[in-house]
Write a protein that binds this ligand. Structure first.
Ligand code: ATP
Length: 349
């Protein structure tokens, strides 16, 4: 489904929960709405679903305004965290529910339900009741129930929130595969950045009712447009003003235009910082001197906290290199950074 959202707003009394949000979604895409709690993700999803009326703005499906269309006429399916299965119905009847509402024939319902059961890999469990299923299986059934009536848009609100960590990981890979196989346009809400990055084709970062950025996970990570996005997705060193970065400036980069840098925020990703003994550093002449404050093993790398001038920076160091320890004097080289200046974001290498 082709979706366009124009200047969408939602006020709850005096409180602006969603403020002037606009975006387009191409058919077949899997979109992650990501952001901190209370940011407005669920409210956006509910407006798309028709469960909440926008204060102003437009929602268009296939170019047609659906603002006044009730949920059941929008061609959407839901999987909500708390949208539990009907407890008194078995797997078959749960999946058949939407088809019965659509008044399909008995034969059509049977064919479709078994097709869905096969798709979700729960063959042989049609007669089971929800309490006889694991959390992961229940969520698969919820997914099949939403998909059975062939919606054009699937909306998922924190679909994995109630599931334990290991099953959750399996389920998200599974969901991604299912959605791409079925080809249905899907939007899911999450506050878990790892989940959004792993599952979504595109991420929309929502904060304080605003859309901060939309793009592929890699784009959003690599080219954050606001300091908020930079700090929310991945680990970052954010330095507030340029006066105090002069120590790095001479050694590691030249700001092209110093006047614009005056009110800038500077973001440096830990993987853009080389830290080590002088002989290990690619360009020791350009490096600054730093003092190691802490070293933490992070599974695939060392995370080193290093003090340079008045700043503490997190840097990454590969495992095969000699271990550093607190108190070591090291060379520090910054390879790239982002400069945020008012509405502008610049990437400098
Ligand atoms: P979470 O991840 O916690 O679900 P969210 O990003 O989905 O957060 P929303 O649930 O959309 O955020 O809520 C956005 C803001 O709007 C919150 O401050 C919330 O308290 C407020 N809000 C949501 N629904 C209502 C309502 N029916 N009446 C009043 N305020 C509401």
């Amino acid at each position: 489904m082709q979706i366009e959202v124009r200047n969408l707003k939602k006020d709850f009394g005096q409180f602006a929960a969603v403020q002037n949000v606009s975006f387009d979604i191409e058919p077949g895409k899997l979109i992650g709405l990501l952001g901190p709690s209370g940011g407005g993700k669920t409210t956006i999803l509910r407006m798309l679903a028709g469960l909440e009326k926008p204060t102003s703005g437009e929602i268009l499906f296939h170019g047609k305004n659906v603002n006044h269309l009730p949920p059941q006429e929008r061609g959407i399916g839901f999987v909500f965290q708390n949208y539990a299965l009907f407890k008194h119905m078995n797997v078959f009847d749960n999946i058949a529910f939407g088809l019965t509402v659509q008044k399909k024939t008995k034969r059509e319902i049977q064919e479709r339900v078994y097709e869905m059961i096969e798709l979700i890999g729960l063959k042989g469990l049609a007669e089971r009741y929800p309490h006889q299923l694991s959390g992961g299986q229940r969520q698969r059934v919820a997914f099949a129930r939403a998909l059975a009536p062939s919606p054009e848009l699937l909306l998922l609100d924190e679909p994995f929130a109630a599931i334990d960590a290991k099953v959750r990981k399996e389920l998200r890979t599974w969901l991604r595969e299912m959605i791409s196989r079925v080809g249905v346009t899907s939007i899911f809400v999450t506050h878990d950045q790892e989940e959004a990055v792993e599952v979504a084709d595109e991420i929309m970062i929502i904060n304080s009712g605003r859309l901060e950025q939309k793009g592929t996970p890699w784009q959003v990570y690599k080219e954050p447009q606001t300091p908020f996005v930079a700090s929310f997705l991945g680990e970052s060193n954010i330095l507030p003003d340029t006066a105090s970065i002069t120590g790095f400036e001479a050694a590691t980069f030249r700001l092209r235009d110093k006047s614009r840098a005056k009110t800038a925020n500077i973001l440096i990703r830990p993987e853009s910082i080389e830290v080590g003994r002088e002989h290990e550093i690619s360009n020791p002449a350009a490096a600054s001197i730093g003092l190691v404050k802490s070293v933490q093993f992070r599974g695939t790398l060392w995370q080193v906290e290093v003090e340079v001038g008045h700043h503490r920076l997190l840097a990454h160091r590969t495992l095969e290199k000699e271990t550093l320890k607190p108190g070591d004097e090291v060379a520090v080289l910054i390879h790239s950074l982002h400069l945020f200046h008012e509405d502008e974001s610049l990437f400098l290498e």
